[in-house]
Design a protein around this ligand. Structure first.
Ligand SMILES: [Zn+2]
Ligand SMILES: [Zn+2]
Length: 146
């Protein structure tokens, strides 16, 4: 898949306290604002922004705490949080182990991030207007190819 314009590797980020850091050596191939209820509850925010990179291009350091939940399609989704400060850092579905989804708010330089899609608009919080994006889905679109 074509890399998104603007984000040039290495792409680095960290949690709030700095104990967990990561680096992506490849450019993201997809980016999203996820408005699902699980993301809302896990983050405490109306939606979360994330980008996807090939799993083999992603590395992190520091102690994380995984949390597992079933997706709507029944696949196990794991989100990794900093063990110290709890920041939600990255996530992966058992149905898509070829890529890692990284939460954009953890970027060292968030200025180049742009979400090209909104997903789960059917669950969007009523108090915010979803940001304009090129692709808009009421649920989850078909998975990008690994
Ligand atoms: Zn932390
Ligand atoms: Zn979500």
């Amino acid at each position: 898949m074509r890399a998104l314009a603007g984000m040039t590797p290495p792409i680095e980020g960290s949690c709030l306290c700095g104990a967990v850091t990561y680096v992506c050596s490849a450019a993201p191939f997809w980016s999203v604002n996820c408005h699902c209820r699980a993301c809302q509850k896990l983050s405490g925010a109306p939606y979360v922004s994330a980008f996807s990179v090939p799993a083999e291009s992603f590395a992190f350091a520091g102690e994380t705490r995984p949390f597992h939940r079933p997706s709507e399609a029944g696949h196990q989704v794991t989100t990794w949080h900093c063990a110290a400060c709890g920041t939600r850092m990255f996530a992966q579905s058992a149905a898509g182990t070829g890529h890692m989804n990284v939460f954009a708010a953890t970027l060292a330089d968030p200025s180049t991030f742009k979400a090209i899609s909104n997903v789960y608009l059917s669950e969007a919080a009523p108090w915010v207007e979803p940001p304009p994006a090129r692709f808009n889905f009421s649920k989850m679109p078909p998975r990008p190819k690994d």
